[in-house]
Design a protein around this ligand. Structure first.
Ligand code: G3H
Ligand code: 13P
Ligand code: ZN
Length: 309
């Protein structure tokens, strides 16, 4: 099966009341862990690449890894640019074989966000590529830039129809209280489901995207802290909130931090338990297995997309 864009998978997800997992990939073990899990439970997948991932691993290497995963799994897989910030970056990914891109103009004034997003949509659609836009601003860390809670803002429901209508985007990322990274809440986790509800009433049938949706799984945070790490107070989005979002208009749920935590926790544990170990396969292999376990659980028990490929 060739790589697919997100049109079909989002239509089915919306109608079926589940979400597609969009997992960030940076190296071979991450690609393998995610795609092996999806194969075992027959789930559609979005593998997403940030500009930082592209700088780290190189576009061609990542595409070849994903092509290999496609050949091994025969699943519907979309390759998506995560947080594209310029037309040129989006164009380069589209020309290089991505099937979906995000143009993130959420930091721009409304009219500028529309103009930039529309330009990307025109180019992408002419190449069969789907586009995600963003309105509202998440707190947290993206590409090494920290957005403070004061600079973050919820999506304004009164703006979404105009934004989607004038840009032609295929999906919309919104801000309802999630944030990037491992420190999402200082007190009790809270998401503005009322805003999501209002947006979905204004855009019936339209796929919504949730960024910053890692659960920051406590077992991994504990394992990191027990083996020399320092992540006190790390906290994520509870799984039941993600299940609720997936049953509503949210069709794509972005997960990166949980993959990082699973990998780091496993490697830290092995380094302290087996200090003489110096064969990378002996710690990267178990890290890959842990990512597979984590992704399998998300696909079956959180996103609800197992069996939907
Ligand atoms: O939204 C941010 C993602 O976790 C990607 O992070 O830019 O460090 O690759 P990155
Ligand atoms: P997390 O940091 O919660 O994993 O969010 C990832 C994300 O939104 C990527 O775009
Ligand atoms: Zn994001």
């Amino acid at each position: 099966m060739p790589l697919v864009n997100t049109t079909e998978m989002f239509k089915k997800a919306y109608e079926g009341g589940y979400a597609i997992g969009a997992f960030n990939v940076n190296n071979m073990e991450i690609v393998q862990g995610i795609t092996e899990a999806a194969k075992e439970v027959n789930a559609p997948l979005i593998l997403q690449v940030s500009s930082g991932a592209r700088k780290y691993a190189n576009h061609t290497y990542l595409m070849k890894l994903i092509e290999a995963a496609l050949a091994e799994t025969d699943l519907p897989i979309a390759v998506h640019l995560d947080h594209g910030d310029t037309f040129e970056l989006c164009k380069s990914c589209i020309d290089g074989g991505f099937t979906s891109v995000m143009i993130d103009g959420s930091h721009l004034p409304f009219e500028e966000n529309i103009a930039l997003t529309k330009k990307v949509v025109e180019y992408a659609h002419a190449h069969g590529v789907t586009v995600e836009g963003e309105l509202g601003r998440l707190a947290g860390v993206e590409d090494d830039i920290k957005v403070s809670v004061e600079d973050s803002s919820y999506t304004r429901p009164e703006e979404v129809e105009e934004f989607v209508g004038r840009t032609g985007v295929d999906s919309l990322a919104i801000a309802i209280g999630t944030s990037h990274g491992a420190f999402k809440f200082t007190g009790e986790p809270k998401l503005r489901f009322d805003i999501l509800e209002e947006i979905s009433k204004k855009l019936p049938g339209f796929p919504i995207v949730l960024h910053g949706a890692s659960s920051v799984i406590p077992e991994y945070v504990d394992m990191i802290n027990q083996h020399g790490g320092e992540m006190p107070g790390a906290k994520g989005v509870p799984e039941e909130m993600l299940r609720k979002a997936a049953s509503m208009a949210v069709c794509k749920i972005n997960i990166d931090s949980d993959l990082r935590l699973a990998m780091t926790a496993t490697i830290r544990r092995i380094f302290t338990e087996s200090p003489a170990e110096f064969d990378p396969r002996k710690y990267l292999g178990p890290a890959r297995a842990e990512i597979k376990k984590l992704v399998k659980n998300k696909l079956i028990n959180v996103l609800g997309c197992a069996g939907k490929a």
